[in-house]
Every structure is written in structure tokens, then in C-alpha cells.
Unconditional design. Structure first.
Ligand code: 4FV
Length: 284
């Protein structure tokens, strides 16, 4: 996977090359990163990349010409490396990215990521040179660099060989459209006496898988019911949700999030329910 990034602050991307999954993947050539600074595509003594907005108003807007030339240079370099890259602009006006989107992005062989600054970019540049616009969330950052790194991290960890064991990416939350199940590790019993749910110590992998799926469903139902909308539910999933809907457990609402206690009357698969299942703090 080839990434070309257009940014006024290329040094910010150094963090990606220092440690962790992404640095290792870049080091192994599983992914490549090339940085392009629009300032290098200016021709005036002040190397001007932004200007005041037509129509007035606060802030500055990034000029189209330096960005157009930087994107063209990145496209030519990618093609020279045999990579037909599409151009994506990171902005709050973009399509909110989901794990499914990340999977689709990871299937391509290259992307040119445009990281904006200031109030944004001249619209004519977006019309002419940008194929897709992506948002990492409904909030405003000071630049597109962090969103570009977020996308690169989410994509690169899906690439074959990037993670220690491929299995873990597949087991991730959101991978199957559900939130992740709770995780536990040693010690088996904490000083305050709280124990790991018994099923996880049972060695009964089928029961463990059922328990984890049920936890993921229940959490999704409680915290992100929007993720269940439009999901074609299996018979088992429907049974779990029917039990929940039948008032077995309160849905997380603003004032309860993070401190939910759930006591399902009759856990369907006889799996022992942890006393007060997972205080969500870890997740939130
Ligand atoms: C953003 C986001 C984001 C907006 C103005 C950069 C900033 C500045 N990008 N998802 N949320 N971008 O806030 O992708 O130019």
C-alpha cells in the first residue's frame, strides 16, 4: 500500500515512523509513505500557500495552484512506481469513516491524502483533483494531518503481515459491525475480589465464543443501537436482542453510560453472568 501525503507540516508524520505497528509495517515495506509539501510548489519569494477568503470572513484558505501541482507530482511518482492512486481529502465535510470504509480503502494499492489547514481548501481544487472526501468525526481539528494519520493507522494494521497475528485485526471491534466484547487477563481475581467471568476459564471454546458474541451484541444494543439498524441479524442474534428488548437490561443512556449494571434474568446459554458486568470505563 502506497501513501502519498500532501501537507504543510510533513514533519508531523515522523511519529508514524518511530514505533508501533505502523512504523514496523513501513519498515518492512508493507506500506510506503512519501510526503509532499505544497510550499515546494510555490513560485513567489514568500512561498505563499494560502490567502484571504473571497467574500470576506475569518481565517485563510489554501490556494489551489500549489496543491494542484503537489497532487500532480504525487500522482506521477505513484504511477512511476506502478501505483494508480486515488486522491482523498480529509475534512469535516467528508464521509464519516467506518471500519467497513477502512476495509475498502485498504483494498486499493495507493492513496494520495490531502491534509488541509486554515479554514479549508479552494473548492475548485477539490472539484478538479479530489476523488473522495473523508471525515474522522464531527468535530473541527486544526489540520488534516492527524486525520490522515488516523486513516493510515486504521488501514495499515489491516494489511497482511502488519499485525503479529492476522487474527487479531479480524477480531477487532466494528470488524463485524458490532462493538467489541469485554477483555480480561491475569490476575484471575483482583484485590477487590472481582473475578474473571467463569466461562472464560472454562476452556469451552464454543461457550466462550457464544459468551463473547452475546457481550458484543448486548453492548452494541446498549451503547450503539444505531449500529444494529439495518444489520441482518442471525436467529441467535435476534434471540439475544429480543431478550434485551424484553427489558432484561436497561439501555445505556447519557446519564448511565459507563456505569451500567446488567442482570439478564435467564442468560440463554447457561453461561454464568459476571456479577456486575464490566464497568465500561475501559471502553469509554
Ligand atoms: C477533519 C475531520 C478536520 C478542518 C479545518 C482541518 C480540519 C482544517 N478532517 N475529519 N474532523 N479538519 O477537522 O477530517 O483545515
Amino acid at each position: 500500500m502506497r501513501f502519498d501525503v500532501i501537507s504543510l507540516f510533513p514533519e508531523q508524520f515522523r511519529i508514524l515512523t518511530q514505533e508501533g505497528v505502523v512504523a514496523r509495517a513501513l519498515g518492512r515495506g508493507i506500506a510506503t509513505l512519501r510526503l509532499w509539501n505544497p510550499r515546494d510548489f510555490t513560485h513567489d519569494p514568500h512561498r505563499t500557500v494560502d490567502d484571504r477568503p473571497y467574500g470576506g470572513g475569518p481565517g485563510m484558505v489554501m490556494k489551489a495552484p500549489p496543491l494542484h501541482d503537489a497532487i500532480r507530482a504525487a500522482r506521477v511518482a505513484a504511477e512511476a512506481a506502478g501505483c494508480r492512486s486515488r486522491v482523498a481529502y480529509l475534512s469535516p465535510q467528508g464521509r464519516p469513516l467506518s471500519q467497513a470504509d477502512i476495509g475498502r480503502i485498504a483494498d486499493a494499492d495507493g492513496w494520495i491524502l490531502l491534509a488541509g489547514r486554515y479554514e479549508g481548501v479552494d473548492e475548485r481544487l477539490l472539484e478538479a483533483d479530489v476523488d473522495e472526501e473523508w471525515s474522522i468525526g464531527d468535530y473541527v481539528l486544526s489540520g488534516g494531518e492527524l486525520p490522515a494519520m488516523v486513516v493510515m493507522d486504521a488501514v495499515i494494521r489491516l494489511l497482511p503481515g502488519a499485525l503479529g497475528h492476522a487474527g487479531s485485526a479480524l477480531a477487532d471491534s466494528h470488524m463485524d459491525g458490532l462493538l467489541d466484547c469485554p477483555h480480561y487477563t491475569r490476575p484471575e481475581t483482583l484485590d477487590d475480589g472481582r473475578r474473571v467471568p467463569g466461562v472464560l476459564l472454562s476452556g469451552d471454546h464454543a461457550a466462550i465464543a457464544r459468551w463473547r458474541k452475546r457481550q458484543a451484541l448486548e453492548r452494541t444494543w446498549q451503547r450503539r443501537p444505531d449500529l444494529l439498524a439495518g444489520r441482518d441479524l442471525s436467529k441467535d442474534e435476534q434471540a439475544v436482542l429480543d431478550a434485551l428488548e424484553a427489558g432484561a437490561a436497561p439501555r445505556d443512556s447519557a446519564e448511565t453510560s459507563g456505569a451500567t449494571v446488567r442482570q439478564l434474568t435467564q442468560p440463554p446459554d447457561g453461561v454464568e453472568r459476571p456479577e456486575s458486568s464490566d464497568q465500561h470505563r475501559s471502553q469509554d
